[in-house]
Design a protein around this ligand. Structure first.
Ligand SMILES: CC(C)(COP(=O)(O)OP(=O)(O)OC[C@H]1O[C@@H](n2cnc3c(N)ncnc32)[C@H](O)[C@@H]1OP(=O)(O)O)[C@@H](O)C(=O)NCCC(=O)NCCS
Length: 181
């Protein structure tokens, strides 16, 4: 691949994807992306169990006829929680992940659902750099978070920019009700 000025060799040019609800027929491609992305991948059963729950949503990103990325997230009253998120290795660094995050951000609303969270393994530097690049910040360290490896994690959060009055309202509300994080 020819490197462009200011870009490293493993970066592609931005590639437009179509992001839509995940379908049952996407499962084979999604399982392949999952296996190519994680040392301890979810199984088909893990995906199906998760998607059966009422507040869990799956979305696929398509390039032509091909599924090149997916995300699974949970809806909460005040936030969206990313549970699984991956881009097929050949399509990384082409802004596909960034487009999926934009899609999630478009689902937030200044009055109600105001933030997105993701738990990122402490060894997953590429995901940490990615979430930082799309305006997430590391909120706290979750010690020994993962049962499988005992690894710690960073809780990363995107927060919708708010006007001062909205922020004050939210702080008052947050003081009066338990956080849903
Ligand atoms: C993390 C992941 C989803 C990023 O997806 P992506 O489509 O490659 O990301 P984008 O192309 O949208 O990247 C946007 C910006 O994030 C940053 N970024 C993304 N991947 C990066 C990497 N490997 N190293 C450094 N910065 C990176 C860059 O700033 C990038 O912008 P640039 O390419 O213009 O420099 C992808 O690498 C992946 O699927 N990883 C394996 C699965 C995973 O770890 N998922 C997250 C679980 S919490």
């Amino acid at each position: 691949m020819v490197a462009k000025a200011g870009r490293t060799e493993n970066q592609l040019l931005p590639m437009r994807v179509h992001i839509r609800w995940m379908l049952r027929r996407d499962m084979n491609e999604i399982l392949r992306i999952e296996q190519d992305s994680f040392e301890l991948p979810w199984t088909e059963e893990d995906f199906l169990n998760c998607l059966r729950s009422r507040n869990c949503i799956g979305m696929s990103a398509e390039q032509g006829e091909r599924v090149v990325a997916f995300m699974i997230y949970e809806l909460h009253k005040r936030k969206l929680d990313i549970l699984n998120f991956a881009v097929q290795p050949d399509f990384r660094r082409a802004r596909v992940g960034a487009q999926m995050v934009s899609k999630l951000i478009s689902k937030l609303s200044g009055h109600r659902r105001t933030h997105i969270t993701a738990v990122v393994r402490e060894t997953n530097l590429q995901a940490q750099l990615f979430f930082r690049a799309v305006n997430f910040t590391a909120l706290r360290v979750l010690r020994d978070h993962f049962d499988d490896t005992g690894e710690s994690a960073y809780l990363m959060r995107y927060r919708l920019p708010m006007s001062e009055w909205a922020r004050e309202n939210l702080e008052e509300e947050e003081a009066g009700e338990p956080a849903d994080e």
